[in-house]
Ligand binder design. Sequence first.
Ligand code: AMO
Length: 447
Amino acid sequence: MNNRTLVKQLAALPDGPVTVAGWVETVRDQKKVQFVILRDESGAVQLVNPATRELDPEGVSVGAAEALAMTESISALTHGTFISVTGELKHDERVKLGGLEVKIGSLDVVSEALEIPIAADSSLDKRMDWRFLDLRHPKQNLIFRIQTTFLHALRTYWVERDFVEIQTPKLMASASESRAELFEVGYFEGTAYLAQSPQFFKQMAQPAGFGKIFEVGPAFRADPSFTSRHATEFTSIDAEISWVDSHEDVMKMHEELLVAGFTAVKEKHGAEIAELFGIELQVPTLPFPRIPLEEAKQIVAVRGYVIPRDDADIDPEGERQISAYVRETYGHDFVFLTDWDINLRPFYHMRHPEDPTLTNSYDLIYNGVEISTGAQREHRIDVLVEQAKEKGLDPEELEFYLDFFRYGVPPHGGFGMGLARVLMLMLDEHSIRETTYLFRGPTRLLP
Ligand code: AMO
């Protein structure tokens, strides 16, 4: 439709003829006047029609038959029906919705809707069943505009710094993280596995001489849990850079990247986020606080929360506690927890030069939830093989990966970050189901 005007463009137009198209959000069918709220991808506008129902003393409808037909067809409009309307735009301060309305000249029912089976207060699960209708709500719609702006800003940051974008395969011959969360798929006569992370192949770009790379793509985890932060398929944001001295270089790129993303989102959507989510979005300041994991555990213990097992990963409550501490102490929403114990990290993490029980690695916590893991990688083949064996892995199975390190490779490091988690925490949503276009979990493969 070439002559279609988006609702958000109406405010800038003078009074006069316009065509708008979208779906019917509400109909107020009064005796003398009808109001239709039409929404499109950019906003909502009030349409008005002076209702023509009355008959004159001779029994002839007042006005033309066409006008009567219009009134009837508006009365019959169901919520959600897609319509196209041509009419007269009129700016009028008294109209609450945007100070303008369109007087309907002609109305075309393009695609009629059955009764909409969900409402804004339906359960999350039911909304997920009807995700295409759920996404029509302005709040849900905004999430994916924010996602677009955020990813665009990350890409801009990377492209301006000569990163290469790669797409790694998601069908794998072996596990890419732990065996525990691996999806198997039939692959002709044999078996393939779905990539849990682009880990090995993003590292491959280092001996390939790419220098700096990034990827935004799907990752799969056969994780049976039903938490608000786990999905069986999620979008992973990954970056890997050559010539790092330690994980500090990775964290520096990571925090700058997030500042670029948050700045763009705040600039473009700050006002809408405040209106629809009731949040004043904060762009984090640089540098983000860094706290070694052991110290973080002690801080959390002093606050009265003892992580159940001493040798354990920091748990969700520990993450919330350390975030609360960082907020109180540094006024910051982000914290890098650094220097993880080797027992908590995969074989490919480089160990500390001074303390071989620790790794050159970090987790990034945002508003109480882990959003990312990063590390310097072990690039010395003999050390790498030893570390793999130590973790009980069979180097033969990893031959293709180990080859990456046998023909020259620069020191390197990178991170992986879950997109839906970042958005969930940015918008103070309670589940990644809200910030994933179509969520996949142990009991959800539809729609
Ligand atoms: P990790 O396993 O910590 O590290 O994953 C990195 C980030 O990915 C997100 N994530 C998930 N999001 C939703 N559902 C899941 N089931 C899920 N699992 C992980 C989280 C997490 O912080 N290869 C390393 C990264 C690296 O070292 O470069 C890795 O995958 O936000």
